[in-house]
Design a protein. Structure first.
Length: 104
């Protein structure tokens, strides 16, 4: 075996998971964007859905449309809730039409 006995003391010294390793893997597994306070400000954003990379500050993935940050994740979830409810969707369309009429 390449690494020797998995129960050995020396292997346990070097092989361990930190809380951040576990958190990161849980976020990745459930497709959740990692909380922004854990990510340096200038770090490029990777879409959890399709893997595409975007510059910091990008809101949504231009490939698959998924939200790239917590802030936009909430907007994305709310938007999905609205478009799946015919009453809310109809209300949104009416409001958008009124806004469009104001803009003319
Ligand atoms: Zn994507």
């Amino acid at each position: 075996m390449m690494w020797g006995d998995p129960t050995s003391k020396s292997l346990r010294t070097y092989l361990h998971l930190t809380g951040s390793n576990v958190d990161r893997e849980m976020y990745r597994h459930y497709g959740i964007t990692e909380p922004e306070e854990k990510r340096p400000a200038n770090t490029p954003l990777q879409c959890r859905k399709c893997g595409e990379i975007f510059p910091p500050g990008t809101g949504f993935c231009s490939v698959c449309g998924a939200a790239l940050s917590d802030k936009y994740q909430n907007v994305d979830q709310e938007f999905n809730r609205i478009i799946e409810d015919p009453v809310l969707l109809s209300s949104l369309i009416d409001k958008l039409k009124r806004l469009q009429d104001i803009g003319k």
